[in-house]
Design a binder for this molecule. Structure first.
Ligand code: MN
Length: 341
């Protein structure tokens, strides 16, 4: 059994990022909601396709030519572009909330999936969160004074914007069904796997909007509505542990055995909702070695990637040191499992 380990959460890509990934000895990388309008991406996209460097407005969808350029850029460095973990939120926020204009967004989303498929990228992640991951601190204490994010629901009101339209569970499920039924056939045609990430934090309601992807049962429901081999999960160990540890192990076993895990967000957490804190991979409630054994036992054949990591001494915003530690730890665990069979 040999696991593929990648490294993720790249919003942008520079030569140095690809070199860093190579130095860690991973198989590939994951991009996280890249904003291809940004100057950093214009530089990448302009290098090989000068015509694309012409000024253009904020994108509503992605074109295959740009994604081919990005994939080639990664492959020229000897790495695989394993996945793109989602599109910018302005590509489909109206679809999530069921607002006027959602049909146009869904048509653009279908175009984006076609582009992803035509560019030979196998996995497109997504989540059903209208306004991002919520945290009540971004500099909470972790081992040795490292900085981590945390969530305390008692303090959540302070970060609510109050700008979102109120949505019930039923409304969010109806919007979800409308969306996934419209986009999944395109994913099937193009050979792209759509990988659903849990709500983070997995609370019932935030800012007046129901967060429906908050339990293992919710993923059963989502995978039943969008019933296809091209519809799977981004199994975020952090989010599942935020639901509860038994949900995590049971979910790993069940969704893994069903072949429904496209890839892993391999991280740890202390506590669970409504009050939890991120932490080093070896310092949380999850027995990450046990999790890996479960993945082996169910024949998991996706890839494993780090996720959020603590910010260590002299770390960068992206977290080179934290990521090097997490990725080395994951690679070591994988090697050990190979050795013991
Ligand atoms: Mn995650």
């Amino acid at each position: 059994m040999k696991f593929r380990v990648a490294i993720g959460q790249f919003r942008e890509l520079r030569d140095e990022d690809l070199a860093f990934a190579r130095q860690l000895g991973v198989c590939g990388i994951g991009l996280n909601k890249p904003n291809l309008d940004s100057p950093a991406w214009t530089a990448v996209l302009g290098r090989q396709f000068p015509a694309n460097a012409a000024p253009r407005g904020p994108m509503q969808r992605w074109e295959a030519a740009d994604l081919v350029t990005i994939r080639s850029y990664v492959e020229d460095a000897g790495l695989t572009l394993e996945c793109i973990e989602g599109v910018p939120i302005n590509f489909f926020d109206k679809a999530i909330l069921g607002l006027p204009g959602r049909d146009e967004q869904i048509e653009n989303y279908r175009h984006t999936i076609r582009s992803v498929g035509q560019a030979g990228i196998k996995v497109l992640g997504y989540n059903w969160i209208p306004d991002g991951v919520w945290r009540t601190t971004r500099s909470g204490p972790a081992r040795g004074g490292a900085k981590v994010t945390g969530y305390d629901h008692a303090r959540a009101a302070a970060i609510a914007s109050g700008r979102l339209p109120q949505r019930t569970d039923e409304e969010m499920w109806a919007n979800y069904a409308y969306f996934i039924r419209a986009v999944l056939p395109v994913a099937e045609q193009e050979g792209v796997v759509l990988a659903l990430h849990p709500d983070d934090p997995p609370m019932p309601v935030l800012d007046g909007v129901a967060r429906v992807m908050r339990s293992p049962q919710a993923f059963d429901r989502a995978l039943a509505i969008g019933n296809s081999a091209n519809h799977q999960l981004t199994f975020c160990m952090g989010c599942f542990a935020e639901m509860g540890l038994e949900q995590l192990y049971e979910g790993l076993r069940r969704f893994g055995a069903a072949g429904k895990i496209a890839y892993m967000h391999f991280r740890n957490v202390q506590g669970c909702q409504p009050n939890f804190s991120e932490c080093f991979i070896d310092d949380g409630a999850i027995d990450v070695a046990r999790a890996l054994v479960i993945l082996r036992d169910v024949g998991f054949d996706g890839f494993i990637m780090d996720d959020h990591v603590p910010r260590m001494v002299d770390d960068t915003v992206w977290g080179h040191r934290g990521r090097a530690y997490a990725t080395g730890y994951i690679k070591g665990l994988c090697r050990m499992l190979e050795a013991v069979g």
